[in-house]
Design a protein around this ligand. Structure first.
Ligand SMILES: [Zn+2]
Length: 167
């Protein structure tokens, strides 16, 4: 899946979570941005990815030792990030953002033929029975669908707010 599609899905998931958690616009923006950022983090194992390009050394080290779509695309990684952020005393809401962001990424990569090593350190790759190639028409359609859904969620929320404000 392309970085664009991962980002679009991360924003959608983050928007859904923000709408469920808070009515404050500023907090919502931080929730959405955090979730979106973490939806790109697993691809740190690809030096050419959006996030890998910014952290070349770490990216090369991870792909050298673990390969692509292994460590950073697993339950183990989600647990690791949760523990690290807890140790750093990060607010629980944002730990949830990180986890759902990473989970959204892994879920999308399961839709590609290569799959992901979800149960890392086990080598076994998990792929959805319905899958399609990265960068194809399905990839692009998903990115568009996710963006439209996000716009719809925000529209519905604003409509409700306006209505309750008028009444
Ligand atoms: Zn990935």
């Amino acid at each position: 899946m392309t970085g664009k599609t991962h980002l679009a899905f991360g924003i959608l998931v983050g928007t859904g979570y923000a709408l469920k958690t808070t009515s404050d616009v500023g907090t919502s923006a931080v929730i959405i941005a955090t979730t979106a950022l973490f939806s790109l983090v697993p691809d740190i194992c690809h030096a050419g990815s959006k996030i890998g390009r910014h952290m070349k050394l770490l990216s090369k080290l991870i792909s050298f030792f673990f390969g692509h779509r292994t460590l950073t695309h697993s339950f183990f990684f989600m647990a690791l990030v949760a523990v690290l952020l807890t140790m750093l005393n990060i607010d629980f809401t944002y730990i949830v953002c990180a986890i759902i962001g990473i989970a959204s990424h892994i879920l999308l990569d399961m839709l590609t033929p290569r799959g992901v090593a979800l149960f890392f350190p086990l080598d076994f790759k998990v792929t959805s029975p319905i899958n399609f190639k990265t960068g194809g028409i399905m990839d692009l359609s998903l990115a568009t669908t996710f963006s439209l859904l996000t716009a719809y969620l925000i529209y519905v929320e604003m409509f409700h707010r306006t209505m309750s404000w008028i009444n």
